[in-house]
Design a protein around this ligand. Structure first.
Ligand code: ADP
Ligand code: MG
Length: 552
């Protein structure tokens, strides 16, 4: 037997669980059942792909067993199991991206509610067992290993692992429940009524049977979940709560989704989709290893997570399930990439997501504001990545603007307010609203009463150059080149003035040769004496900084 230490981030999370900052302890069971369900999915897939794998798939299921005397609760599956290395790597460390950032934010969280919010986003998984147990034992065997592994811990810094000879296929997690009179006032998790209630609430849609022996040890176990796929049931029969629960299962996010999308296509290529728009961006939305959230099923059978063929990168926050009837169960990524039907399906899914947001804009403006605050920066990536839907994306976008310091504006609203003689949609990019507002470039436009969009997301720098315009109006940076604000008369006057000051300008140009390309008289400024302007084709200061940071 070997005693090992939890990795430090894992230790911190465990401490949080032991001191249970979660208010709802029932959720540990959801986590265990969800892991068991994943393990069964994985085993079925593996046996499809690897014909030499010897595993029994004749009765894949989840079993919940109670021992009232010993005060133990066991959740057992006969799924994929884990090797010894898996156990150490998966249970002893937290490989999830964003863990460090998560813990950092948690320390800063002001109160219990704020912590709950964060934890909800993170999804704590297996460690949640330590909310209700003072010792947890896990026995598991992977079909490729002859021997099984026994893991045990009280959650206090270390755990033990040892090989065991006769472990059955799959994984059994046994919780040694905290004493009943524990100060935390645990619900009675040895009561089958309580367990049935929790399973029905959290795991009814799990496609594998969840069995529970209800009438004591010798009674036949009963299947407690209905196993109905939510997306296959008529929309009118599914309740909000059921959707919310399913959303938690697929997304590991405890917040309610902002919107639910159902789609159904019949005919030559049949499929059903149940998609969710979350109400909060995940911590890893802008990280490299982030995942996409759509799962592929074929005829109710789970095929893969994170199916990038179904949702483009810029909609990576959309979660849910697509169930296709006419694909083969052993369909691979390569096949998906080439399948024309899949491409068509993806186009329809994308259009549906964008039109759902459009409808949200009109019908539920507050939800739309939440949506854009959380995901706008990701959606804008689509302006370059998905030219086909560019107009639709511009149509659901909103931006800060000089028109109103509090409220964002849509482009349609901007155009509506445009002055008669105004040719372009003016914008200025920068690190923050304050930088842009203090910029001398704004002065002349302000003086003329022109509205300027204030673009402060890094991605804004990228798309404004690549996007031709909106409803026939081009985007024009006020920090680049000559902003065409003058009438013919004013232009003549300016030329005269340029002549008058020729000597001074020549002297300044020579003196500042190292620093600037050219010194010009400007009609842009009203209160500042001078300002630095980029060439029409130069990088903007923010882009310049970005490239420099990237080492280019
Ligand atoms: P998550 O499910 O979000 O990955 P968990 O903490 O719930 O996080 O589980 C961590 C990992 O441990 C899982 O990803 C899985 O690889 C492994 N695991 C947990 N429970 C089981 C199980 N019953 N069978 C096989 N592997 C499991
Ligand atoms: Mg899990």
């Amino acid at each position: 037997m070997e005693t090992l230490e939890f990795q430090s981030e894992a230790r911190q999370l465990l401490q949080l669980m032991i001191h249970s900052i979660y208010s709802n302890k029932d959720t540990f069971l959801r986590e265990l059942v969800s892991n068991a369900s994943d393990a069964l999915d994985k085993l079925r897939l593996e046996t499809f792909r690897d014909k030499d794998l010897t595993a029994d798939t004749s009765d894949l299921h989840i079993a919940i067993e109670v021992d009232r005397e010993q005060r133990t609760l066991t959740v057992r599956d006969n799924g994929i199991g884990m090797t010894r290395d898996d156990v150490v790597n998966l249970i002893g460390t937290i490989a999830k991206s964003g863990t460090a950032e998560f813990l950092g934010k948690l320390k800063e969280a002001k109160d219990a509610a704020a912590s709950q919010d964060l934890i909800g986003q993170f999804g704590i998984g297996f460690y949640s067992t330590f909310m209700v147990a003072d010792r947890v034992t896990l026995v598991t065997r992977h079909p490729r290993s002859a021997e099984g592994v026994r893991w045990e811990s009280s959650g206090e810094g270390t755990y033990t692992v040892e090989d065991v000879a006769d472990a059955p296929q799959g994984t059994a997690v046994t919780l040694h429940l905290k004493p009943a009179d524990d100060e935390d006032q645990l619900p009675d998790y040895t009561s089958t009524a309580k367990l049935t209630e929790v399973v029905k609430r959290y795991a009814d849609f799990i496609t594998w049977p969840i069995r529970l022996a209800k009438g004591g040890d010798d009674a036949e176990p009963e299947v407690v979940n209905s196993r109905k796929a939510l997306w296959a049931r008529p929309a009118s029969e599914v309740t909000e709560d059921e959707y919310a629960e399913f959303y938690r299962h697929v997304s590991h996010d405890w917040n309610k989704p902002l919107d639910t999308i159902r789609m159904k296509a019949e005919g030559t290529f049949e499929y059903q989709a149940l998609l969710f728009i979350p109400s909060q961006a995940p911590l890893d939305l802008f990280m490299r290893e982030r995942k996409r959230g759509v799962q592929l099923y074929v005829k109710r059978v789970f095929i893969m997570d994170d199916c990038e063929e179904l949702m483009p990168e810029y909609l990576r926050f959309v979660k849910g399930v697509v169930d296709a009837q006419d694909l083969s169960l052993n369909v691979s990524r390569e096949i998906l990439q080439q399948d024309r039907q899949i491409q068509l399906m993806r186009r329809r899914l994308v259009k549906k997501v964008l039109s759902t947001v459009k409808a949200m804009m009109a019908d539920k403006p507050e939800d739309y504001e939440t949506f854009w605050r959380e995901f706008g920066a990701a959606v804008k990536e689509g302006l370059l990545a998905d030219p086909e839907n560019r107009d639709a994306i511009l149509g659901i976008a909103s931006f800060d603007s000089t028109h109103d310091a509090e409220k964002k504006t849509t482009l349609a609203q901007y155009v509506e307010r445009m002055k008669e003689d105004q040719q372009h949609i003016y914008y200025m990019t920068g690190d923050s609203r304050a930088t842009v507002e203090n910029s001398p470039h704004l002065e002349a436009l302000r003086a003329k009463g022109f509205e300027v969009l204030v673009l402060t997301d890094p991605i804004d720098e990228m798309w404004v150059d690549g996007v031709p315009g909106f409803e026939g109006r081009t985007f024009q940076s006020i920090a680049k080149g000559q902003v065409d604000l003058e009438t013919e008369e004013e232009k003549k006057e300016a030329e005269e003035r340029q002549k008058d000051f020729a000597d001074l300008l020549a002297w300044m140009s020579a003196t500042l040769e190292e620093q600037v390309k050219e010194v010009r008289l400007s009609s842009r400024l009203t209160t500042s004496p001078a300002c630095v302007v980029g060439d029409a084709h130069d990088l903007t200061p923010t882009l310049e900084k970005m490239y420099r940071a990237m080492g280019q």
